[in-house]
Design a binder for this molecule. Structure first.
Ligand code: SAM
Length: 245
C-alpha cells in the first residue's frame, strides 16, 4: 500500500469487484493503513484497482479503527494488461529476489516464475510474500495489472511441459561478448530465462540448446549479475516487441 509521491493520491489494490457506486468493505490491513497510518477520513478520495477492472476513483464513506467502507465513483483508466512476457529466474538471496520481482512488475512482466535450476541455492520460496511484493510494486508504479508470481518450479519440468507457442529467451552467460540483443526472437508470446549466480549446468545447457522453442541471447560483453541480466532482458524485449515501442 503505497502513496507514490507527496501530492499523489494513495493507490490501493483491492481484490473486489469495482463498479460505479459499488461499496467496498475494506480489509483490516487496508483500513489500518488508510486511517491509522495515512490519517485519511471520510470524504477523502483514493485510487483503487483489482487487476481486472481498471483504475477507479473511490471515496471513503466510513472510516473506523479497523474497518471502513469505500464507495467506487468513476473509472479513470481502462484495464491495461502488459504484453505477454513472462520472467523466469532462479531465486537469489531474499533482498535480491524481492528486487527482481519489484522491477519485473515495473517493467511490465505479465507473469513471474521462480525456477529451480541445478545451481539454484533456494529450495523453496515464500510465494505469498513475493506475490504481496508484486502487489505493492503495482500499486506504486501505476499498473492496473498485478502479475501472478508462480510457485518455485523445476526447470526440467517447465521445459518438458512447455507450450511451444511461447518463445523461451535464454539469457546465456556463455554468449557474453556475442552480438547483444534479441536476434532470432520474433514478436509474440515470450518468456525470458535468467540463470542463477552459478550459471546453467552442462546438462541444462544441452537441453536448452536442443529445444526448438528456445532463442539463445547475449546481454552484452560483460557477465551481469542475475538481477541486472533480468532487467536488461526485460528492457530489450519491451523496447523491441512490447509496450515501450
Ligand atoms: N557464473 C556464471 C559465469 O561466470 O559464467 C555467471 C552467471 S550470471 C551471474 C547469472 C545469469 O545472468 C546467467 O545465468 C544468465 O542467464 C544471465 N547473464 C549474465 N550475463 C549475461 C550475458 N552477458 N549474456 C547473457 N546472459 C547473461
Amino acid at each position: 500500500m503505497v502513496g507514490p509521491m507527496a501530492q499523489a493520491r494513495i493507490r490501493l489494490h483491492l481484490d473486489q469487484p469495482l463498479r460505479p457506486e459499488q461499496p467496498i468493505a475494506l480489509p483490516e490491513a487496508a483500513a489500518h493503513y488508510l486511517f491509522a497510518v495515512m490519517r485519511l477520513s471520510t470524504g477523502a478520495e483514493i485510487l483503487v484497482f483489482n487487476g481486472r477492472d481498471g483504475e477507479w476513483l473511490a471515496e471513503i464513506a466510513e472510516a473506523g479503527k479497523r474497518r471502513g467502507t469505500l464507495l467506487c465513483r468513476d473509472r479513470l483508466r481502462a484495464p491495461a494488461p502488459p504484453p505477454d512476457l513472462w520472467l523466469l529466474f532462479a531465486p537469489l538471496k531474499k533482498a535480491r529476489t524481492d528486487f527482481v520481482v519489484e522491477k519485473a512488475v515495473e517493467l511490465g512482466a505479465a507473469r513471474i516464475v521462480p525456477v529451480q535450476t541445478e545451481f539454484t541455492n533456494a529450495e523453496r520460496i515464500r510465494q505469498d510474500r513475493l506475490q504481496a511484493h508484486a502487489v505493492e510494486a503495482a500499486e506504486q508504479c501505476g499498473a492496473t495489472h498485478v502479475p501472478e508470481v508462480a510457485d518455485l518450479a523445476r526447470l526440467d519440468r517447465l521445459l518438458a511441459e512447455w507450450d511451444t507457442g511461447r518463445q523461451l529467451i535464454w539469457a546465456d552467460e556463455a554468449q557474453a561478448g556475442q552480438a547483444a540483443g534479441l536476434a532470432g526472437v520474433a514478436p509474440g508470446p515470450a518468456a525470458i530465462l535468467i540463470g542463477p549466480e552459478g550459471g546453467f549446468s552442462q546438462a541444462e545447457r544441452a537441453r536448452l540448446a536442443a529445444a526448438p522453442f528456445v532463442r539463445r541471447v547475449a546481454l552484452g560483453p560483460r557477465i551481469l549479475r542475475a538481477e541486472t541480466a533480468a532487467l536488461a532482458a526485460l528492457v530489450l524485449w519491451q523496447a523491441g516487441f512490447g509496450d515501450w515501442r
